[in-house]
Write a protein that binds this ligand. Structure first.
Ligand code: TYD
Length: 206
Protein backbone atom coordinates (compact mmCIF):
# COMPACT_ATOMS: atom_id res chain seq x y z
CA UNK A 1 0.00 0.00 0.00
CA UNK A 2 1.25 3.42 -1.00
CA UNK A 3 0.32 6.17 1.48
CA UNK A 4 1.18 9.84 1.06
CA UNK A 5 0.91 12.73 3.49
CA UNK A 6 0.21 16.17 2.11
CA UNK A 7 -0.44 19.61 3.52
CA UNK A 8 0.91 23.11 3.62
CA UNK A 9 3.52 24.55 5.92
CA UNK A 10 3.58 23.73 9.62
CA UNK A 11 0.87 21.07 9.43
CA UNK A 12 3.10 18.52 11.16
CA UNK A 13 3.34 16.10 8.22
CA UNK A 14 6.91 15.12 8.83
CA UNK A 15 6.61 14.18 12.51
CA UNK A 16 3.22 12.57 11.88
CA UNK A 17 4.56 10.43 9.04
CA UNK A 18 7.49 9.28 11.20
CA UNK A 19 5.15 8.30 14.04
CA UNK A 20 2.78 6.59 11.60
CA UNK A 21 5.57 4.60 9.95
CA UNK A 22 6.91 3.48 13.34
CA UNK A 23 3.44 2.44 14.43
CA UNK A 24 2.88 0.39 11.27
CA UNK A 25 6.26 -1.30 11.71
CA UNK A 26 5.19 -2.21 15.24
CA UNK A 27 2.06 -3.79 13.73
CA UNK A 28 4.30 -6.07 11.69
CA UNK A 29 4.13 -4.34 8.31
CA UNK A 30 7.20 -3.93 6.10
CA UNK A 31 7.33 -0.14 6.02
CA UNK A 32 9.50 2.31 4.13
CA UNK A 33 9.27 5.95 5.16
CA UNK A 34 10.49 8.38 2.56
CA UNK A 35 10.13 12.01 1.56
CA UNK A 36 10.04 14.42 -1.32
CA UNK A 37 11.97 16.09 -2.68
CA UNK A 38 14.66 13.57 -1.78
CA UNK A 39 14.40 10.00 -0.53
CA UNK A 40 17.26 8.69 -2.69
CA UNK A 41 20.93 9.71 -2.94
CA UNK A 42 20.21 11.44 -6.24
CA UNK A 43 16.97 12.95 -4.97
CA UNK A 44 18.69 14.39 -1.89
CA UNK A 45 21.21 16.12 -4.17
CA UNK A 46 18.31 17.59 -6.14
CA UNK A 47 16.71 18.65 -2.86
CA UNK A 48 19.88 20.53 -1.94
CA UNK A 49 19.68 22.50 -5.21
CA UNK A 50 16.01 23.30 -4.61
CA UNK A 51 16.58 24.37 -1.01
CA UNK A 52 19.76 26.41 -1.55
CA UNK A 53 19.01 30.06 -0.84
CA UNK A 54 21.76 31.12 -3.23
CA UNK A 55 19.78 29.70 -6.15
CA UNK A 56 17.71 32.83 -6.63
CA UNK A 57 18.09 32.54 -10.43
CA UNK A 58 16.19 29.24 -10.53
CA UNK A 59 13.37 29.35 -13.07
CA UNK A 60 9.88 28.08 -12.45
CA UNK A 61 10.19 25.43 -15.17
CA UNK A 62 13.58 24.38 -13.82
CA UNK A 63 12.12 24.01 -10.37
CA UNK A 64 9.14 22.08 -11.68
CA UNK A 65 11.43 19.69 -13.56
CA UNK A 66 13.77 19.22 -10.60
CA UNK A 67 10.86 18.13 -8.41
CA UNK A 68 9.88 15.66 -11.15
CA UNK A 69 13.46 14.40 -11.53
CA UNK A 70 13.67 13.68 -7.80
CA UNK A 71 10.26 11.98 -7.95
CA UNK A 72 11.08 9.81 -10.97
CA UNK A 73 14.17 8.50 -9.19
CA UNK A 74 12.22 7.80 -5.98
CA UNK A 75 9.44 5.97 -7.82
CA UNK A 76 11.81 3.63 -9.65
CA UNK A 77 14.45 3.16 -6.98
CA UNK A 78 12.30 2.92 -3.86
CA UNK A 79 8.53 3.02 -4.21
CA UNK A 80 7.77 0.55 -7.00
CA UNK A 81 10.22 -2.12 -5.78
CA UNK A 82 8.82 -1.95 -2.24
CA UNK A 83 5.21 -2.11 -3.44
CA UNK A 84 6.29 -5.07 -5.57
CA UNK A 85 7.32 -6.82 -2.32
CA UNK A 86 3.86 -6.04 -0.88
CA UNK A 87 5.36 -3.50 1.50
CA UNK A 88 3.86 -0.30 2.81
CA UNK A 89 5.35 2.98 1.58
CA UNK A 90 4.72 6.12 3.61
CA UNK A 91 5.79 9.20 1.69
CA UNK A 92 6.03 12.71 3.15
CA UNK A 93 4.77 14.62 0.06
CA UNK A 94 4.41 13.25 -3.46
CA UNK A 95 2.92 14.28 -6.80
CA UNK A 96 0.04 16.24 -5.25
CA UNK A 97 2.60 18.66 -3.82
CA UNK A 98 3.54 19.63 -7.36
CA UNK A 99 -0.10 20.12 -8.33
CA UNK A 100 -0.72 22.17 -5.18
CA UNK A 101 2.45 24.32 -5.21
CA UNK A 102 3.57 24.58 -8.85
CA UNK A 103 0.00 24.31 -10.14
CA UNK A 104 -2.53 25.96 -7.80
CA UNK A 105 0.10 28.03 -5.95
CA UNK A 106 1.93 29.68 -8.82
CA UNK A 107 -0.84 29.57 -11.46
CA UNK A 108 1.79 30.33 -14.13
CA UNK A 109 2.06 26.99 -15.88
CA UNK A 110 -1.20 25.54 -17.25
CA UNK A 111 -2.49 22.77 -15.01
CA UNK A 112 -2.65 20.26 -17.90
CA UNK A 113 1.07 20.75 -18.50
CA UNK A 114 1.85 20.29 -14.81
CA UNK A 115 -0.29 17.15 -14.75
CA UNK A 116 1.43 15.77 -17.86
CA UNK A 117 4.87 16.21 -16.29
CA UNK A 118 3.76 14.57 -13.06
CA UNK A 119 2.32 11.69 -15.07
CA UNK A 120 5.61 11.34 -16.93
CA UNK A 121 7.69 11.44 -13.73
CA UNK A 122 5.59 8.89 -11.86
CA UNK A 123 4.77 6.64 -14.80
CA UNK A 124 1.18 7.08 -13.61
CA UNK A 125 1.80 5.66 -10.12
CA UNK A 126 -0.81 7.10 -7.77
CA UNK A 127 -1.03 6.65 -4.01
CA UNK A 128 -3.73 4.32 -2.69
CA UNK A 129 -4.36 6.72 0.15
CA UNK A 130 -3.51 10.40 0.59
CA UNK A 131 -3.82 11.95 4.03
CA UNK A 132 -4.31 15.71 3.83
CA UNK A 133 -3.27 17.43 7.05
CA UNK A 134 -5.38 20.50 6.64
CA UNK A 135 -4.57 23.59 8.67
CA UNK A 136 -5.32 27.29 8.65
CA UNK A 137 -2.42 28.86 6.73
CA UNK A 138 -1.56 31.52 9.29
CA UNK A 139 -1.49 29.02 12.13
CA UNK A 140 0.76 26.81 10.00
CA UNK A 141 3.20 29.59 9.23
CA UNK A 142 3.37 30.57 12.91
CA UNK A 143 4.09 26.96 13.84
CA UNK A 144 6.75 26.74 11.19
CA UNK A 145 8.38 29.97 12.38
CA UNK A 146 9.08 28.21 15.68
CA UNK A 147 10.69 25.33 13.83
CA UNK A 148 14.03 27.01 13.06
CA UNK A 149 15.91 26.90 9.76
CA UNK A 150 14.38 28.51 6.70
CA UNK A 151 15.38 27.42 3.19
CA UNK A 152 14.64 28.76 -0.29
CA UNK A 153 11.39 26.79 -0.48
CA UNK A 154 10.03 28.41 2.68
CA UNK A 155 9.80 31.95 1.42
CA UNK A 156 6.49 32.39 -0.42
CA UNK A 157 3.75 34.88 0.37
CA UNK A 158 0.63 34.27 2.41
CA UNK A 159 -1.63 34.32 -0.68
CA UNK A 160 0.45 31.61 -2.25
CA UNK A 161 -0.08 29.30 0.73
CA UNK A 162 -3.80 30.09 0.73
CA UNK A 163 -4.00 28.92 -2.89
CA UNK A 164 -1.98 25.81 -2.02
CA UNK A 165 -4.43 24.97 0.76
CA UNK A 166 -7.47 25.55 -1.45
CA UNK A 167 -5.83 23.49 -4.20
CA UNK A 168 -5.38 20.56 -1.85
CA UNK A 169 -8.99 20.80 -0.68
CA UNK A 170 -10.20 20.87 -4.27
CA UNK A 171 -8.14 17.80 -5.21
CA UNK A 172 -9.50 16.00 -2.14
CA UNK A 173 -13.05 16.80 -3.23
CA UNK A 174 -12.35 15.58 -6.76
CA UNK A 175 -11.00 12.17 -5.67
CA UNK A 176 -12.71 11.35 -2.37
CA UNK A 177 -11.89 7.64 -2.66
CA UNK A 178 -8.17 8.41 -2.43
CA UNK A 179 -8.06 11.42 -0.11
CA UNK A 180 -8.92 11.78 3.56
CA UNK A 181 -8.90 15.26 5.08
CA UNK A 182 -7.62 15.36 8.65
CA UNK A 183 -7.90 18.42 10.88
CA UNK A 184 -4.28 19.25 11.68
CA UNK A 185 -5.28 21.89 14.24
CA UNK A 186 -5.97 19.07 16.72
CA UNK A 187 -3.23 17.93 19.11
CA UNK A 188 -0.39 15.78 17.83
CA UNK A 189 -1.80 12.70 19.58
CA UNK A 190 -5.32 13.24 18.26
CA UNK A 191 -4.04 13.64 14.70
CA UNK A 192 -1.84 10.56 15.05
CA UNK A 193 -4.71 8.46 16.43
CA UNK A 194 -6.89 9.52 13.50
CA UNK A 195 -4.20 8.70 10.96
CA UNK A 196 -3.62 5.25 12.49
CA UNK A 197 -7.32 4.45 12.43
CA UNK A 198 -7.71 5.51 8.79
CA UNK A 199 -4.66 3.54 7.67
CA UNK A 200 -5.52 0.38 9.64
CA UNK A 201 -9.04 0.46 8.19
CA UNK A 202 -7.65 0.68 4.68
CA UNK A 203 -5.07 -2.03 5.29
CA UNK A 204 -7.84 -4.26 6.59
CA UNK A 205 -9.75 -3.53 3.39
CA UNK A 206 -12.53 -1.73 5.27
P1 TYD B 1 10.35 20.59 3.16
O1 TYD B 1 11.57 21.15 3.78
O2 TYD B 1 10.26 19.13 2.92
O3 TYD B 1 9.14 21.12 3.99
P2 TYD B 1 7.76 20.54 4.43
O4 TYD B 1 7.95 20.18 5.87
O5 TYD B 1 6.81 21.69 4.24
O6 TYD B 1 7.41 19.35 3.57
O7 TYD B 1 10.16 21.39 1.81
C1 TYD B 1 9.50 20.98 0.77
C2 TYD B 1 9.01 22.23 0.10
O8 TYD B 1 8.93 21.98 -1.30
C3 TYD B 1 7.63 22.65 0.54
O9 TYD B 1 7.56 24.06 0.61
C4 TYD B 1 6.75 22.18 -0.60
C5 TYD B 1 7.65 22.25 -1.79
N1 TYD B 1 7.34 21.30 -2.86
C6 TYD B 1 6.89 21.78 -4.07
O10 TYD B 1 6.74 23.00 -4.25
N2 TYD B 1 6.63 20.90 -5.08
C7 TYD B 1 6.80 19.57 -4.94
O11 TYD B 1 6.55 18.79 -5.89
C8 TYD B 1 7.26 19.07 -3.68
C9 TYD B 1 7.49 17.60 -3.47
C10 TYD B 1 7.53 19.97 -2.67
Amino acid sequence: MFITLEGSEGCGKTTQSQALANFLKGQGYEVILTREPGGTAIGEQIRAILANRQNTAIQLRTELLLFQASRAQLVEEVIRPHLGRNGVVVCDRYADSTLAYQGYGYRLIPMEQVRALVEFATGGLQPHLTLLLDLDVEIGLRRRARGGQVNRLDTYELDFYQRVRQGYLEMARQQPERWVIVNAAASFDEVQTTLRRIVLDRLAGA
